[in-house]
Design a binder for this molecule. Structure first.
Ligand SMILES: C[S@@+](CC[C@H](N)C(=O)[O-])C[C@H]1O[C@@H](n2cnc3c(N)ncnc32)[C@H](O)[C@@H]1O
Length: 277
């Protein structure tokens, strides 16, 4: 990529825009942008010859062909580099979450997440607090269900601690992205599905759900039904002003710990008895 490129603007009568755009596109072999009365060409190539050809072409049509050409030199931005520079790795408890263009850290539990459309890079307070809770509570004996897995970051963290994991999300893009992140990390999940917690009849020793308060309230019976006696339920995505809604919906469980980061609350519950018996 060159440091600079040329932006050439051809202003003409709207009736000639299509004709001119066709010609410029063919001669330059570059993508062009066009508006009602203009065509804009951005190129790193020398533009002198192209402009001469355009002038010659329009002269053949008419000496009065309406055409004004202006040219500006602009600085190129390496967009991929700029994007990569903006995505920083983050440490949360023992975990180091990094995109692939940052090397792993030897002394950390590394989680490779390439930013994609699914939520969950570790930077958001809710994900961060869940990662801390997972580090604190999850053991290799655990079977964990990640409800609303997004990028799969929470299940990946649990898997890296030795737990077996299952994941689900109502968003098919999240399911795809989580599966891809497991592949990138060379880790395996037992199951992944599109949909929510009601689509399984399994029980788990840990259920984690980082979804907003109103949804947590709505799916509270489903989440509880996935717990066995002494299971753990990690709930996040709760704005402090909505905490009461969630506390009320889960009041039959025992609150073990409450974490707050910025205005986001994470609640960690356990149950004294199997909800179904
Ligand atoms: C805040 S993101 C959490 C992503 C990731 N688990 C994290 O902690 O960073 C919430 C995710 O929940 C999903 N979601 C929303 N409602 C859901 C529901 N009822 N059941 C399962 N997933 C749901 C969304 O599609 C989204 O991917």
């Amino acid at each position: 990529m060159k440091e600079r490129y040329s932006e050439v603007t051809f202003v003409t009568d709207s009736a000639y825009v299509d004709l001119l755009a066709d010609f410029i596109g063919t001669v330059s072999n570059e993508a062009i942008e066009y508006g009602e009365d203009r065509i804009i060409l951005r190129t790193e190539q020398d533009t002198g010859e192209l402009i001469d050809k355009v002038r010659a072409m329009v002269r053949e049509i008419s000496n009065d062909f309406p055409l004004e050409i202006s040219e500006e030199e602009k600085e190129n931005v390496d967009w991929i580099q700029a994007y990569q520079d903006s995505v920083q790795p983050i440490e949360a408890g023992p975990f180091y979450i990094h995109p692939e263009w940052y090397p792993p850290k030897e002394e950390k539990i590394n989680i490779l997440i390439n930013p994609a459309l699914a939520f969950g890079s570790g930077h958001h307070a809710t994900t961060y607090s869940c990662l801390e809770a997972i580090a604190e509570y999850v053991t290799p004996q655990d079977r964990l269900l990640d409800v609303g897995c997004g990028s799969g970051i929470l299940a990946l963290a649990a898997r890296k601690l030795g737990a077996t994991v299952e994941l689900c999300d109502t968003d098919p893009l999240a399911v795809e992205s989580a599966a891809e992140n497991f592949r990138l990390n060379d880790e395996r999940f037992e199951k992944i599905w599109e949909g929510s917690a009601h689509k399984t009849d399994q029980k788990y020793t840990v259920v984690v759900a980082n979804i907003i308060a109103d949804v947590l309230k709505a799916i509270a019976p489903q989440l509880k039904a996935r717990m066995e006696k002494d299971s753990l339920l990690i709930l996040s995505g709760i704005l402090d002003k909505k905490e009461a809604i969630v506390s009320a919906a889960f009041q039959d469980l025992e609150l073990l710990e409450r974490k707050q980061r910025d205005e986001w609350v994470t609640l960690i519950y356990t149950n004294k008895k199997d909800v179904n018996g």
